[in-house]
Design a protein around this ligand. Structure first.
Ligand code: 5GP
Length: 120
């Protein structure tokens, strides 16, 4: 598995269903599945099926605007499906200092408990 190089990651195997995941929402463009190591009662990852080279938000280019918009709209759908639409958090870790560990752009949808702010 690659780190920041733009090669395949474990999420490609989750998209292809080679590695099983607990899918919450899926359409032709995005896949949303439960994080294997949840930090809240609801902790879902939303990823683009085709990431078009987008490893991390800090390297996004204008051609990625549709992918980025689709991810946010899918986050809202996930929140509704999970019953947390009245209060949830969306997080994107970008780069090593933000503890990004998988270099296939993804956002975290967190909720089901009172979220703290600032997050630390
Ligand atoms: P990051 O730290 O890169 O923002 O988040 C990556 C997330 O992917 C982590 O929260 C980690 O628990 C999750 N993760 C890593 N490998 C797997 C896996 O094989 N299955 C699932 N469901 N989640 C994973």
């Amino acid at each position: 598995e690659s780190a920041e190089t733009g090669g395949p990651t474990i999420f490609d195997k989750i998209i292809s269903k080679e590695i099983p995941s607990d899918v919450v929402y899926e359409d032709e463009k995005v896949l949303a599945f439960r994080d294997i190591s949840p930090h809240a009662p609801v902790h879902v990852l939303v990823i683009p099926k085709l990431r078009d080279g987008l490893t991390q938000l800090g390297k996004a280019e204008s051609r990625h605007s549709e992918i980025l918009g689709n991810l946010l709209l899918a986050a809202k759908i996930v929140a509704e499906k999970e019953g947390i639409a009245d209060g949830f958090r969306v997080v994107i870790n970008s780069g090593p200092s933000a503890c990004q560990s998988v270099y296939h752009l993804h956002l975290h949808v967190l909720g089901g408990r009172q979220m703290k702010w600032p997050p630390g």
